[in-house]
Design a protein around this ligand. Structure first.
Ligand code: C5P
Length: 400
């Protein structure tokens, strides 16, 4: 995977700059062509000679100010890059890139490249947690940068906190993941639903659930990265709107059904990750219900089962949030709703599921194949689901 890939490694002025040597060494050993670009302050922490020796390539720095070479160099590297990795990334480079400032070799290369960009922040925890840095990171994520989140640990100041650069293995793993993003869904239309629907009781209240929408959003983004045209039908969530995806906001199960019926008609795949309410209040009060009585009874009626009822020539992927007999219950659901694939998760497992960035799921297909995945990020789960979807599409599996 890494062999013969051109990896531009941007190194900035952090005490963690020495880790860049380890990263460069591991990448070079795996056969990658590693082109190092150092900021001037990075050269105070680690010498260009070290990185040149490790990579057997010239190292680009800002120390020699030849303007012609400067511009040629950054364009050449930007074009050659299969991936650009900034590790360690200081608050300064993150701010510069988020603001679109290009005033040194590294920031110019970042702005000039079309390659995917990975950023591994490393800084004091107060700097990392400062809302300015956090907002800058949100901006970068919205622009499809992959952030390798820092961990807790001993920092340069001697204090222990959040801001220690991620483990080298994690950074290399992320590089592999980003490079491995195939475009195997190019030309496909994928509809994803996400979030928990809200069923109104009166003008100010609703019945809701704890779905954060993170799983559905991760699937939508992963499908986009793999070349699909993606529609995301989303119940209210507090997540940033993803870039490059057609987002259709809805509120209720009925609203979601209407949107899915319309959008899925042209789809190749429908992935229902939304937590759709099973019941809605029979009537919605026109004005706010007053607390005049000691108890209040709400009559609920069933919502439409979107997935079970939808017709059309597309693959269907459903989710099953289960608390017992996970596989057996999910299998039944797969049958009942006539699905090609079901993603079952154990909601009693505190490490995965609602609200978290990780999930532990079991994938079950119609051939009876059961694949239990370990606890991984929702983005990783998304790619596993899409791997299955690609397999099913290639097999010519269709509506059942
Ligand atoms: O039956 P259950 O709610 O457990 O099924 C979960 C799957 O069915 C999910 O994929 C969910 O998005 C979908 N669903 C639906 N319409 C409903 C309820 C669930 O499409 N009313």
């Amino acid at each position: 995977m890494l062999a013969n890939k051109t990896i531009v490694l941007g190194v900035t002025g952090s005490i963690a700059a020495y880790k860049a040597a380890d990263i460069a060494s591991k990448l070079a050993q795996a056969g990658a062509k590693v082109e190092v670009v150092m900021t001037e302050s990075a050269t105070k922490f680690i010498t260009p000679l070290t990185l040149r020796s490790i990579t057997s390539r010239p190292v680009v720095t800002d120390m020699f100010e030849s303007t012609t070479e400067f511009s040629i160099e950054h364009v050449a590297l930007a074009e050659a890059a299969d991936v650009l990795v900034i590790a360690p990334a200081t608050a300064n480079i993150i701010a510069k890139v988020a603001a679109g400032i290009a005033d040194d070799m590294l920031s110019c290369t970042v702005l000039a490249t079309k390659a995917p960009i990975i950023v591994a922040p490393a800084m004091e925890s107060n700097m990392f947690q400062n809302p300015i840095t956090q907002e800058n990171l949100v901006k970068l994520k919205a622009r499809d940068f992959t952030i390798v989140e820092p961990g807790y640990g001993r920092l340069a100041s001697g204090k222990v906190g959040l801001g220690r650069i991620a483990e080298v293995e994690r950074i290399i793993g992320t590089i592999k993941q980003v490079l491995g993003r195939s475009k195997d869904l190019a030309g496909k239309r994928i509809v994803v639903t996400a979030g928990g629907t809200q069923e109104p009781i009166d003008p100010v209240r609703h019945l809701g659930n704890r779905s954060s929408g993170k799983m559905g959003y991760a699937i939508a983004e992963a499908a986009r990265d793999r070349g699909a045209a993606v529609s995301l039908i989303t119940a209210p969530v507090s997540l940033p709107e993803p870039v490059g995806i057609d987002v259709v906001p809805v509120k209720t199960a009925a609203g979601m059904k209407e949107a899915v019926d319309k959008v899925a008609a042209q789809a190749d795949v429908l992935i229902m990750a939304a937590a759709v309410a099973d019941y809605q209040p029979k009537t919605v009060a026109e004005s706010k219900i007053k607390k005049e009585t000691t108890s209040l009874t709400l009559e609920l009626v069933r919502t439409p089962d979107i997935l079970a009822e939808i017709k059309g020539n597309f693959l269907r992927v459903g989710f099953a949030a289960e608390s017992e007999d996970i596989v057996a219950n999910a299998r039944q659901k797969l049958e009942r709703k006539q699905l090609n694939l079901i993603v079952a998760n154990d909601i009693t497992d505190p490490t995965g599921g609602f609200g978290s960035d990780t999930n532990k799921v079991t994938l079950i297909d119609r051939d009876g194949k059961v694949e239990s995945l370990p606890l991984i990020t929702k983005r990783e789960v998304a790619d596993k689901i899409l791997d299955k979807v690609v397999g099913l599409l290639n097999k010519g599996a269709r509506v059942l």
